[in-house]
Design a protein around this ligand. Structure first.
Ligand code: BDP
Length: 606
């Protein structure tokens, strides 16, 4: 039997060590050089050791590593290079270069050969480099990362040319445009014939877990053997064949707060029964369903408590860091949160693995943020409404990139039990009629790729239920609301009435669950007041209380995710004091007053 992977589908199986596979992390210090003029591509900088280079840690954003505005505000290419020796025993194996994230696009070379080019800063890409890497010898790996945001990129942006020749990046979203090699870079081996993808779906029949699987592979193999192990390592089900169903009596479900995982081991065998390749895929057995205005996990109504987050920290920017990750999850647990949204882009796979293992529920979002020319970083245009969709702005080209971003997100994250909902955009323009043409194919593609999860987009304050052009295309209503902050700052009484009136309208006009995916107030830590005063710690706490009173009065509200988990970096602006200060924690992860109120609300028994 020869199995080949389905053409046209993306495969993004995460590298792992195992009996037939080996990984080599390329993390550490790389050579680094900015190239605002784009000289490197013309001069072939990948062909020799990078001249005039400095040391740069990987993974990290490069922007804040040096006290240098030229690095922080750089626009254009930035070159990374490292030299790597892999064991001679790798000869004869298939060798793959994988970059977990290069923001926002990258081209990679191994020695003199271009091996990959990828668009999109938050999903991985890889290349088979077997022909180009010399096991046992020195090899140059060069990656040029480009951080320009344009009308064709996701997220979009535009570059201003200044009279003095400087190029300045403008963008419509409210977080700093960090760039670089943000996540691990790997070389890894697989056998020539190998497992290229695994897709798992799960269901229940009474207390029996039903695990559907499909194993895609490339190259000559005779058969596929499947075994499912429980968390203690005992085999609980087995099968043969590239696709099929496993049944697990008395299954231990994956559930919020109980990240129980099985391991599905897929093994490719040759005609003699020898193992060709083997891969272990974690599996959480759970269901997700939207019924009326309820969001059900394992048939039980689920209420989202948590935050919109960012991958953001001092110095490392958006660079993945296990220390920070574990600490952030510990704070989520401390405060009693059960979920978060990966605002506003797909997070590192390490984060989703952690969420899987700890039963934390995730709304998984694409990087489609800022597709709304009437909002700039949460601030609404006060003048005339401008057109978001046009051949010169958000266009079919943007839509094409957006579609690809959805495909890569689903391909990468489809097997994570923690992911219960796809959010395909944050606060796009959904009032203009063109929004419907723009979003119809995107919502359809997300459903085609993954019929097992609901699909949503995040609605901005500018569209009431009767104005929104796209709500009926989606399963869940996700709302970002800023009454008492951007709308009527300082007036919490009006905020309470207006919020309640609007939420009731949503609940009446759409029989769908509502999750409030953003609400909050900028808060300068240490600023206190006895009377309601925006920016104080008391005001943040009081505003959240107002929202919670309203949520508790409306059945269709099935979740509250505060904006934001921690203070984070943004582009400079008169509305931002060293970044966005809506964090419940400071950027250093110290609690503000509201953290303690939330802790008592969220930790109360349901
Ligand atoms: C919302 C955006 C979010 C911003 C927030 C704010 O979704 O990215 O950071 O406003 O202004 O509109 O704080």
């Amino acid at each position: 039997m020869t199995t080949t992977r389905r053409t046209g589908e993306l495969t993004m199986l995460r590298p792992q060590d195992g009996p037939t596979r080996e990984r080599r992390s390329l993390g550490g210090l790389w050579k680094f050089r900015l190239d605002a003029e784009g000289a490197g591509r013309a001069e072939g900088w990948w062909r020799s050791p990078l001249a005039a280079a400095v040391d740069m840690p990987v993974p990290a954003s490069y922007n804040d590593i040096f006290p240098d505005a030229a690095v922080r505000d750089h626009v254009g290419d930035a070159w990374y290079q490292t030299s790597v020796r892999v064991p001679a025993r790798w000869a004869g194996e298939r060798v793959v270069l994988r970059c977990d994230a290069a923001t926002h696009r990258a081209t990679a070379w191994v020695n003199d050969t271009k091996v990959a080019a990828h668009e999109g800063g938050y999903t991985p890409f890889e290349a088979d480099v077997t022909e180009h890497l010399r096991p046992g010898a020195d090899n140059r790996v060069t990656i040029v990362v480009n951080n320009e945001l344009t009308w064709e990129s996701i997220p979009p942006g535009r570059i201003e040319e200044r009279p003095d020749g400087r190029r300045v990046q403008r963008y419509f979203h409210d977080f700093f445009n960090y760039a670089g090699l943000h996540r691990p870079v790997w070389l890894y081996t697989t056998p020539t014939a190998h497992i290229s993808d695994i897709t798992v779906t799960t269901a229940f029949e009474d207390t029996t877990g039903v695990v559907g699987y499909q194993v895609d592979s490339t190259g000559e193999a005779d058969s596929v053997r499947i075994a499912l192990f429980d968390a203690s390592g005992a085999e609980v089900a087995a099968a043969t064949g590239a696709a099929g169903t496993l049944r697990v009596p008395d299954v231990h479900p994956w559930a919020p707060g109980d990240g129980y995982l099985y391991a599905l081991e897929a093994t490719l065998l040759n005609t003699a029964g020898d193992v060709i390749d083997s891969y272990r895929q974690p599996v959480g057995v759970r269901t997700v369903e939207v019924r009326g205005n309820q969001f059900l996990i394992n048939g039980t109504p689920f209420y989202f408590k948590g935050f919109g987050k960012h991958e953001d920290a001092a110095i490392r920017g958006k660079g993945h860091d296990d220390v920070l990750m574990v600490h952030d999850f510990a704070l989520l647990d401390w405060i009693g949160a059960n979920s978060f949204r990966t605002s506003h882009y797909p997070y590192a796979e390490e984060v989703l693995d952690y969420a899987d293992r700890h039963g934390v529920v995730v709304i998984d979002e694409t990087a489609a943020v800022g597709l709304n020319l009437n909002i700039g970083g949460g601030i609404f245009n006060s003048g005339e409404r401008v057109s978001t969709f046009s051949p010169d702005t958000i266009s079919e080209d943007t839509q094409r990139t957006h579609l690809q971003a959805i495909r890569e997100l689903v391909a990468r994250d489809k097997n994570h039990p923690s992911v219960v909902l796809w959010s395909i955009a944050n606060e796009p323009d959904h009032v203009q009629p063109e929004a419907r043409d723009y979003f119809t194919p995107l919502a359809a593609e997300a459903r085609r790729l993954d019929p097992t999860r609901p699909v949503a987009y995040v609605n901005a304050l500018l569209a009431r239920p009767d104005q929104c052009q796209v709500t009926d295309l989606f399963d869940v209503v996700l709302l970002n609301r800023y009454y008492g902050w951007y709308v009527g700052p300082g007036d919490l009484e009006t905020a309470e009435t207006a919020l309640e009136a609007e939420l009731r309208q949503w609940a009446e006009q759409h029989d769908k669950p509502i999750v409030i995916t953003e609400y909050g107030a900028d808060t300068y830590p240490g600023l206190r007041s006895t009377v309601p005063t925006p920016w104080t710690e008391e005001y943040q706490a009081d505003l959240l209380d107002v929202y919670h009173r309203v949520f508790d009065r409306i059945d269709a509200v099935v979740g509250e995710q505060i904006w934001h988990f921690a203070d984070f970096a943004t582009a400079p602006g008169v509305f931002r004091v060293d970044g966005n200060k809506k964090g419940i924690f400071t950027r250093e992860r110290r609690p503000k007053t509201a953290a303690f109120n939330l802790r008592s609300r969220w930790r109360k028994a349901d």
